[in-house]
Design a protein. Structure first.
Ligand code: PEP
Ligand code: MN
Length: 361
């Protein structure tokens, strides 16, 4: 995949590449006041965001001002020397955004999940040079995310980036969209040269969560952040609860620690080398223990086979979960993490017992 380096199209300010602006473009004044407040607080985002078409989950909510808002952005761009970015969800949006001189496009989570729409956008982008940022799909499907990136890349776009905005999960959670950090990490492993942004506003869904999520993203090596900001969040017509004022945004940015030390000293290297050796030894012990565990499982399987006992014994599984959770608490380990490990061990144990007990003799 031909991917341009981020600095070739993104003016990376102070700590991190930043995209900031309101969830939606509501009026010329709202945009202008937000731009002015950003500047007053010495924030100069690489791109000023504003949704002009808002994909709303339920009808009868603010759906954006469409073409009218594109005109506002075009005028504001000239007056304030800013670069703009809007969300596009179909071919018509893309054509209009390009017609009004929008500087970059992002594809929203609902659109990434629909290959027909992504292809429609990609077709408009043939022979066009514009940065395109692709949010993850609503649900945690890495292939769908990758597929959307490939479709846009296949149309010849090289100024590409991905935006991690979390994933919908059923039920009440601390987050509006669960981060599942493993997904962007896997994306980075597959496409190491693809710039990666984090959108803590849509992951957190609340003002308090923006800072810790943004910090975690920087610690994981993300290249940039997209944060929703509005000059008067309580008045916002969409996502009011998660938008911050430009002043709050400047406090959030000031508080972020950028651990960008790339040149390690000899002392750093020695310390890390020693600690990593310890981890290597611990992993070896863990794998040897896993092998020991498998050998006992084989004995159990053979016994069950001879004595006609079913593989899955509910009481035993319940006992494992209960006792391991208790031990996790006693050791100060994360209970959910230990539960997950138990589940993996149990799955493998059942698979292994099944292969022994049902081996054709
Ligand atoms: C947005 O950025 O305003 C938006 C609609 O986000 P998402 O596609 O991540 O829900
Ligand atoms: Mn929003």
């Amino acid at each position: 995949m031909n991917i341009a380096p981020l600095h070739s199209w993104f003016n990376v300010s102070a700590k991190t590449a930043l995209i900031a602006g309101p969830c939606g473009a509501e009026s010329y004044e709202q945009l202008e006041k937000t731009i002015a407040d950003l500047s007053k607080n010495n924030i100069h985002p690489g791109y000023f965001r504003a949704g002009v078409w808002k994909p709303r989950t339920r009808p009868n909510s603010f759906e954006g001002k469409g073409e009218e808002a594109l005109k506002w952005l075009q005028d504001l761009k000239k007056e304030h020397q800013i670069k703009t970015i809007v969300e596009v969800a179909n071919a018509e949006h893309t054509e209009l955004a390009l017609k009004y001189g929008v500087d970059a496009l992002w594809i929203g989570a609902r659109t990434t999940g629909n290959p027909f729409s992504v292809q429609e956008i990609a077709d408009v982008l043939k022979n066009v040079s514009v940065p395109v940022l692709i949010k993850n799909p609503i649900h945690a499907d890495l292939q769908l995310w990758l597929g959307a990136i490939e479709r846009i890349s296949n149309s010849g776009i090289t100024q590409l980036a991905a935006i991690h905005r979390g994933f919908y999960v059923y039920g009440k959670t601390k987050y509006r969209n669960k981060p599942i950090w493993q997904m962007p990490i896997e994306l980075r492993t597959l496409l190491p040269q693809l710039p990666l942004f984090c959108d803590p506003s849509h992951i957190g869904g609340s003002v308090e969560l923006i800072s810790p999520i943004a910090q975690k993203a920087l610690d994981l090596g993300f290249d940039g952040l997209m944060i929703e900001t509005h000059f008067d969040p309580p008045q916002a017509l969409s996502d009011a609860q998660q938008q911050v004022t430009p002043l709050q945004l400047s406090e959030i940015l000031d508080g972020l620690i950028c651990r960008q030390k790339t040149e390690l000293t000899d002392y750093d290297k020695t310390i890390l080398h020693e600690l990593r050796n310890m981890i290597d030894d611990i992993d070896e012990d863990l794998l040897n223990l896993l092998k020991k565990r498998i050998l006992v499982i084989e004995e159990i399987a053979n016994y069950k086979k001879i004595n006609n006992i079913a593989i899955f014994q509910l009481e035993r599984w319940q006992e494992i979960i209960r006792t391991r959770a208790k031990l996790a608490d006693k050791l100060g380990l994360n209970r959910q993490h230990v539960e997950k490990i138990c589940q993996l061990l149990h799955e493998e144990s059942i698979k292994h017992q099944n292969s022994i007990m049902n081996k054709p003799s």
